[in-house]
Design a protein around this ligand. Structure first.
Ligand SMILES: Nc1nc(=O)c2c([nH]1)NC[C@@H]1CN(c3ccc(C(=O)N[C@@H](CCC(=O)O)C(=O)O)cc3)C=[N+]21
Length: 277
């Protein structure tokens, strides 16, 4: 058997078209403030895509590029100005930040209604309690891909590899909210492959290239690869696609899987933030 490829680019294009229609129906265009600190090349690539797609959807690009050696108080002042600026409907602080900055302290200066990354205490708490709020973009993008492909979640066993605040934890909570039975694995999980093999739906967000190989996949399982790594041979994910393809029922590619969905859901969150204003 060869896994069906889940085409994230196609689903993301559909979401972006919906967002553009929603934006056109708003009384004023939403404004997305991406904040990039320093010159990490990967972050620069992602932020450029976010800004371009924001403009293509008819929204305002209110980008701020800050020097890599900026002090905490100066960075905080930038976030505070964006928080108070009525043109700014959404604030995205691109991570990771340089080591001299306290990321958690900066994130918590973002007003919850502008928190399109879903990373503030308020947004994370609302998700944990099942209350309405802005949700992190990558996990909602994964759910949208699963829904688009008709993957049943209620009663299914979903295994999430990774426990980050940006992906693993919110992913597990969203899957729970959809009535999946959820297991969260991480670097200290004793027998990772055996646990992963129980999954009907396997979401891998560990940040380790090719961590999940065919022996960790139940035949026919749906495998979502959230990882993205730059190697000499090009981009690769946390899943060893070469071996997993032969076992899985469906698989997201890297690139062209979860990545484009992350940005599409950011745009959707920006519209949701504008509506809530
Ligand atoms: N506060 C914050 N929010 C984020 O959402 C966030 C972040 N920080 N830090 C870094 C990660 C990474 N991330 C990606 C977004 C798009 C692609 C994407 O579009 N990938 C393309 C390939 C693009 C390429 O060539 O690299 C694809 O997979 O097809 C990938 C990764 C968002 N992140």
């Amino acid at each position: 058997m060869t896994a069906t490829t889940i085409d994230g680019r196609a689903v993301a294009a559909k979401v972006r078209a919906e967002v553009a229609r929603d934006v056109a129906a708003l009384p004023a265009p939403p404004g997305l403030a991406t904040v990039l600190v320093g010159d990490d090349p990967a972050s620069a690539v992602y932020v450029r895509s976010k800004r371009r797609q924001c403009v293509e959807a008819g929204m305002l690009d209110l980008h701020r590029h800050l020097p890599g050696d900026i002090e905490q108080s100066a960075a905080a002042a930038v976030v505070d100005r964006l928080a108070d600026d009525p043109r700014v409907t959404a604030i995205l602080l691109q991570l990771p930040l340089p080591p001299q900055l306290d990321a958690a302290a900066l994130i918590d200066r973002i007003p919850p209604e502008k928190d399109v990354d879903g990373l503030t205490e308020s947004s994370a708490g609302r998700l944990a309690l099942g209350r309405p709020g802005l949700r992190p973009c990558t996990p909602t993008g994964v759910l949208a891909l699963l829904d688009e492909h008709g993957v049943a979640l209620a009663g299914a066993h979903a295994v999430v590899v990774g426990r980050s605040d940006l992906v693993g934890k919110p992913m597990a909570q969203l899957l729970l909210g959809r009535d999946a039975t959820v297991t969260v694995c991480h670097s200290r999980t004793r027998d990772l492959a055996a646990t992963c093999r129980q999954a009907d739906v396997l979401v891998v967000a560990a940040g380790v290239p090719h961590l999940v190989t065919a022996n960790a996949v139940r035949p026919g399982a749906t495998v979502i690869d959230v990882g993205i790594h730059r190697t000499n041979a090009g981009l690769c994910g946390d899943v060893d696609a070469g071996s997993v393809r032969a076992v899985a029922g469906a698989l997201t590619p890297v690139p062209g899987g979860v990545g484009p969905m992350t940005i599409a859901m950011l745009l959707r969150n920006t519209v949701a933030a504008a509506r809530a204003h």
